[in-house]
Structure formats: C-alpha cells, structure tokens
Design a protein around this ligand. Structure first.
Ligand SMILES: NC(=O)C1=CN([C@@H]2O[C@H](COP(=O)(O)OP(=O)(O)OC[C@H]3O[C@@H](n4cnc5c(N)ncnc54)[C@H](OP(=O)(O)O)[C@@H]3O)[C@@H](O)[C@H]2O)C=CC1
Ligand SMILES: CC(C)(CO)C(=O)C(=O)O
Length: 294
C-alpha cells in the first residue's frame, strides 16, 4: 500500500519507520530541509535495543503537494490542523488522524473525503533530531471510523512486528478513554519534569496521579472507574521511559496541547460547579510555563 504521512515529529517518524517495513511510505514534512535530509540519509529508528537506519522512505516538504497515496495519515499536533486544511480539504483518499484530545472531531467535518478514521496511539515516541526517533514504549494503536467503513482500512488486520493495531467500534468512547490517559499523564509529567514511569515509582507523584484520576473520573462521570484507572496505569508503565509529548513541548519552548486535552474537562467541571480543582491548577501551571517559553 502507498501510505502518506504528514508531520515529521515523534509520531510521524515512528509511523513512517515502522510502516516502511511493509509499505511504500512518503513522509510530508513541514520544512524542505528536514525532507531532504531524510531523503538522503533515511530515518534512524532506535528500538528493541538497537539503532537501525531505514532508507527507502520518500520524503517531501508538504508544500510540494501530496502525490498518489492509498492512505494519508495525519500526525501533526491538533493545533496545526487548521494550517494544513488547504492541503487535505478536497482529498478523496482515506484519511487517518492520530491527534490526542477530542477537539479535532469538529475539524473533520470540513473535509471532503468519504472515508475518515481516527486513531489513538498508546506508544511512546521520542524525537531526538530531524531523522531520529526512539520507540520508548510499545503500546497499541486503536482505530475507529469517523466516516465510512472500518473494513476499508486493511492496516487494522495486518501484523507488523512491534506495531499492533486494533479496531474500536465507537470513536467517541475510544477518544474519551485516551483523553483520560493524557489528562492524567501529560500535565503531571510536564510540571514535575519526569518520564511517565516517574509518576508511578515516586510515591508522592503517585498520590498526585491517583488524586488527579479520581477528580477527572468524577468530572467526566466515568462508570467503570477501576478499569479506567488500570488502563491509565498500564499505558503509563508501558511508556515508562517516555517523556510525554507535553513535557517535550515545554522543554523545547513550544506550544503544548493543554487546551485540546484539558479544555473539555474544565468546561464540564465548570458546569458542575467544580472549577476550583487540581485539574484547573495544573492547567494554569502548564499555561504559565508555556507563556514563559517552556
Ligand atoms: N509523542 C508521543 O509519544 C505521542 C504523541 N501523540 C499525539 O500525536 C500527535 C503528534 O505528536 P508528536 O509527533 O509528539 O508531535 P511533534 O511536535 O513531535 O510533531 C509535530 C510535527 O508536525 C509538524 N508540522 C507542524 N506544522 C506543520 C505543517 N503545517 N505541515 C507539515 N507538518 C507540520 C512539525 O514540524 P516542525 O517541528 O518542523 O514545525 C512536527 O514535525 C499529537 O496530537 C500528540 O498528542 C500521541 C501519542 C504519543
Ligand atoms: C501515550 C502517551 C502518554 C505517551 O507519553 C502520550 O500520548 C503522549 O505523550 O502524548
């Protein structure tokens, strides 16, 4: 299959390198410079105790336009989506969106493609430089249909070593489950400056982790709380060595996805008269750091 991927960040590089083992991959980067280095040198994947250079991946700047692909994966941050809208608006091929959060669902309604999927990525991925990515936590990629038949996406039935996919029936609950994972892990790791595993291994951090989960599950009225807590914990442990995408953003002085991740939860909290909460304090802390440039 010819797979196009937009975004040469941690997730774009991870997907490009893993999927290139079975498919013809073209990576569309933001800058032409990054594309030409990947085109020349390939992508370096650090995983399973070794470092491998994967050549044969085509790379182009997104400004060059998207050529013929059978599937286009969008791996930019949620707040970049509006910028790439002109490039993908009229595309008719199947599209797969991998953003954390929930806010991109309203964005998808502007697209013409009859087949749109959303995915949640439970892998840890760390970008070291423009061509190097480390697979810091083996997880799973869950995919659900937003528009069109899930069966049209052959990826969900394929076996790729160290890169499993699974189907989810309902995109809403799939995104909400991941929202809870990110709402607990990302702001805490970003403020405490620890890898994901540090939230479990340090008993003081773990108390915050438990307290935040308790609060968020109450605000969102989560029914199966024990199962949900175990899920958040299992993702945290599977990606123990990862620095969350929010921590990486603050370290690199970039905008975070805090609004995409906590925005919906905070408006629910407000509706329930619970505005004065740990979630709101963490939101302000991340915003404060972000406005100081990380
Ligand atoms: N990192 C992780 O472990 C995980 C991340 N996610 C989610 O995956 C999504 C991507 O995250 P991640 O890969 O970490 O983010 P990164 O910030 O590492 O990557 C985003 C990439 O998008 C590129 N980009 C920005 N604007 C454009 C544009 N107009 N055209 C083309 N490319 C553009 C950026 O390029 P440049 O830097 O050159 O501007 C950058 O390479 C996020 O929603 C995140 O929450 C989900 C699970 C795990
Ligand atoms: C899965 C997890 C928590 C990995 O760190 C992630 O989604 C992120 O960093 O944004």
């Amino acid at each position: 299959m010819r797979i196009g991927i937009i975004g040469g960040g941690a997730i774009g590089l991870l997907f490009a390198s893993r999927l290139s083992e079975k498919h013809n991959v073209t990576l569309y980067t933001h800058t032409a410079d990054q594309a030409s280095i990947i085109q020349r040198d390939g992508i370096r994947l650090i995983a399973d105790g070794e470092s491998r250079l994967l050549t044969g991946i085509i790379s182009k700047g997104l400004d060059e336009g998207i050529s013929d692909v059978d599937l286009l994966i969008v791996a930019v941050k949620q707040y970049h989506l509006q910028q790439i809208l002109p490039r993908i608006k009229d595309i008719q091929v199947p599209l797969l969106f991998l953003q954390n959060g929930y806010g991109h669902i309203s964005f998808l309604k502007q697209l013409q493609s009859p087949t749109i999927f959303v995915g949640v990525v439970e892998h840890g991925a760390l970008k070291h430089d423009g061509i190097t990515v480390e697979h810091t936590g083996l997880g799973i990629t869950r995919i659900a249909s937003f528009r069109g038949e899930l069966e049209q996406l052959s990826l969900v039935n394929e076996r790729i070593d160290h890169f499993p996919f699974t189907k989810s029936e309902d995109f809403h609950s799939m995104l909400m489950d991941k929202l809870v994972v990110n709402a607990v892990i990302n702001p805490l790791t970003a403020i405490l400056g620890v890898e994901n595993g540090g939230l479990i291994t340090n008993s003081f951090h773990y108390q915050l982790f438990q307290g935040l989960f308790e609060e968020i599950s109450g605000i969102l009225e989560i029914q199966n709380k024990d199962e949900s807590f175990e899920h958040v914990k299992s993702v945290c442990m599977a990606t123990a060595e990862n620095r969350s995408s929010m921590l990486k953003d603050l370290e690199n002085g970039r905008k975070t996805e805090i609004d995409a991740i906590l925005g919906h939860i905070l408006s629910e909290a407000k509706n329930k008269g619970k505005s004065d909460c740990l979630t709101s304090s963490l939101y302000k802390m991340v915003k404060g750091k972000e406005s100081q440039g990380g």
